[in-house]
Design a binder for this molecule. Structure first.
Ligand SMILES: [Zn+2]
Length: 344
């Protein structure tokens, strides 16, 4: 089985964005506020939005299941206040739930959190619990920078975040560390802000004792871990200089990287320096880079091709494609069993 741990609903019907536009307009002029919290989107519209995109690409590329979440760049936690974020988040998560209900063999849900700058992360716990317990989601996306590029929240390792981690541990769900759009013109969202955040989160974990406090807490750092694999020697050396334990001991039981790296040499490096047990297959399709590489004739984000081309054992490839995801997302097993039982 091939599990893609990183997919977003980037092709949602236009009504979703219309709701968001109205919500944002309503922040400036309350007479323009969105009239309803209910989205007027039919099941057929949802099917049409996926059939020619994510589902078609799953079939063409030979992947089975996508761990699916709302469009990350649209989370935009910096817009409005906590109530704005909560309303938008619930609407996005409910839509993911409808996708997963229509296509239980193809998608399993991961939620957006209703974060907001300056608001305690524990305030996201109720929505996380709703998504896991009521909607059957298996994880969340956690934005380390709800300000959208100004980085004025405490580091992920600060006690500020601990009450939310307690809820994650209680529910036994991991978080993908995932920023959203950037409102700081210095940082292009997908080209700089995302990759900076991945690298930043890793270094925060390296300098802290977070995983002593939460031995079972798990994070996926997406986009291949940002700059981390390329600079693995720097991080090993920094840990050594800082008198930290070796990285295997310090964080590799808790931190995992995906394979959203869009060329073969990058994936080769990733799998050479990061233990195979810490790598989860991901493509982030349809997402950050949508074109075809003229040098290969294939989509940049068809990351399965790169892994297929590696000289790894079948057992190692199975770890990347399936086993590691099952370990990091323990709730996945129940979902897959339920799908199997429904087919019988
Ligand atoms: Zn993403």
């Amino acid at each position: 089985m091939i599990i893609d741990c990183h997919g977003h609903y980037t092709t949602a019907p236009g009504e979703l964005q219309k709701f968001r536009d109205a919500q944002i307009a309503g922040l400036k002029d309350s007479s323009l506020a969105a009239p309803s919290d209910k989205l007027n989107i039919s099941d057929d519209q949802i099917r049409a939005s996926l059939e020619g995109a994510q589902l078609k690409l799953q079939r063409e590329r030979g992947t089975d299941l996508t761990i699916f979440s709302p469009r990350a760049s649209a989370m935009a936690h910096h817009i409005g206040n906590e109530a704005t974020s909560l309303k938008w988040t619930r609407i996005c998560n409910d839509l993911i739930h409808r996708v997963c209900t229509l296509y239980p063999e193809n998608f399993v849900g991961v939620c957006q959190l209703p974060q907001s700058p300056g608001v305690a992360p524990v305030n996201s716990s109720a929505e996380l619990e709703r998504c896991v317990k009521e909607l059957g989601f298996i994880g969340c996306n956690l934005n380390p920078d709800p300000s959208g590029g100004h980085w004025n929240s405490p580091p992920l390792t600060d006690r500020h975040w601990y009450p939310l981690y307690e809820k994650m541990v209680e529910l036994d769900v991991p978080a993908m560390v995932h920023v959203s759009s950037s409102c700081n013109p210095n940082f292009h969202a997908t080209g700089a802000h995302y990759i900076n955040a991945d690298t930043t989160a890793f270094m925060q974990f390296l300098t802290s004792d977070l995983f002593n406090d939460f031995p079972t807490l798990r994070f996926i750092i997406p986009h291949g871990g940002g700059a981390v694999p390329f600079h693995w020697g720097r991080y090993r050396g920094l840990a050594q200089d800082l008198k930290r334990p070796p990285l295997e001991e310090l964080l590799l039981k808790n931190v995992f990287l995906d394979t959203c790296v869009y060329h073969l040499p990058g994936i080769e490096l990733l799998t050479k320096v990061i233990p195979i047990d810490n790598i989860l297959f991901g493509s982030e399709m349809v997402g950050a880079v949508r074109g075809i590489d003229p040098r290969t004739g294939h989509y940049y984000d068809d990351t399965k091709r790169y892994i297929d081309a590696l000289p790894l054992s079948a057992a190692d490839k199975k770890k990347i494609f399936e086993d590691n995801a099952r370990r990091v997302y323990p709730r996945l097993a129940n979902k897959l069993d339920a799908v199997k039982a429904a087919k019988r």
